[in-house]
Design a protein around this ligand. Sequence first.
Ligand code: PLP
Length: 413
Amino acid sequence: MSYLQKRDPDVARIIQKEYERQVNGLELIASENVVSHAVLEAAGSIMTNKYAEGYPGKRYYGGCEFHDQVEDLARDRVCALFGAEHANVQPHSGSQANMAVYFTKLQTGQKILSMNLSQGGHLSHGSPVNFSGKIYNVAQYGVDLKTEQMDYGQIAEMAKQTKPDLIVCGASAYPRTIDFKAFQEISEDVGAVCVADIAHIAGLVATGLHPTSVGVTDFTTSTTHKTLRGPRGGFVLCREEDGPGIDKSVFPGMQGGPLMHIIAAKAVCFYEASTPAFKEYAAQIIKNAQVLAETLKNEGLRLVSDGTDNHLCLLDLTNLGLTGLAAENALGEAGITVNKNTIPNDQKGPFITSGLRVGTPAVTSRGMKEEEMRKIGTWIAAILKDIDNTSLKAKIHGEVIELASKYTLYPEV
Ligand code: PLP
């Protein structure tokens, strides 16, 4: 970053500090990842210089021939990766990918049925503080409080009672496999549109390690920056016949110029995700999450739903008498970054919480495997069981730095 250092040393210094935080720490936030040099180069490229409102072959600005090529490449690659008929790669984020589907299929005031934010859903699925909860009428399902997993019979019953126009499946903090076929059937039974938001699990779906929603549910939305390991952004997949409606909703419906540097980086991400090495990576994410879950359980900690099928586990801290907030802060002192998270039936609010969400996509990208997960699980448990022990946190912090700094920040694909 020699230009940045000369032109703006203040920003360069902050970025350098953040680099050191990332490289010396253990990133266990389930929605985060680290991208390859190739993705970073595309995202930081001169493709940012151009307005390209419209779509390939039909732009509102001249000089878009190379932007057409890169957007076509991104669309073709993501369709091939997921087996989709149509893709829109312009949404700036996952929330906007969801917005695009709602704008295409719903009128203001129509009804959405989705998963409750406090039980694993996402803000953009109808939370009252989000646009989705303000302009649509929202009913929400949760998990079965005994199994802490989705109960498709209960959801079907709720769909019959609430008669939604659109059902959203997909979650931000759900450690188990989601049955997209069951959701599509429930939706068809009540005449609703079915949207699968695979933001968290996209890398697992792309590699066949989680059952796909593409060709199953009416629409699939996603982010590119979680298990898929691309730049920050979103996309929508749908049938050919729904393509024009989605495209119109994204532009001119809700966005102006697309972020073409990010679309170039998305194209790189979709290529990387199609390689055999990425499939190995995705399988390792799950193995790592399962070993981490087992280690935490062996240490006496309780996991929501007693384990994981995917990239994350959700710790219930109630038995330890801890809040998620206190646990997040204590682990942060030792260089282990996690986020507090509500658990099913949480008695505490979203800023305090009784749980922690712990995910393996980023540490797996850096090359860590089962042995490192056992170490990390043991450190987490030790700190949570003795949360005020400053010298223990300092000692573990030293060990965390020693471990983390052995691994590159940039995944080889
Ligand atoms: N959908 C789900 C399930 C998510 O977990 C998230 C982000 O965490 C999003 C959508 C939204 O993504 P963004 O933050 O890019 O708007």
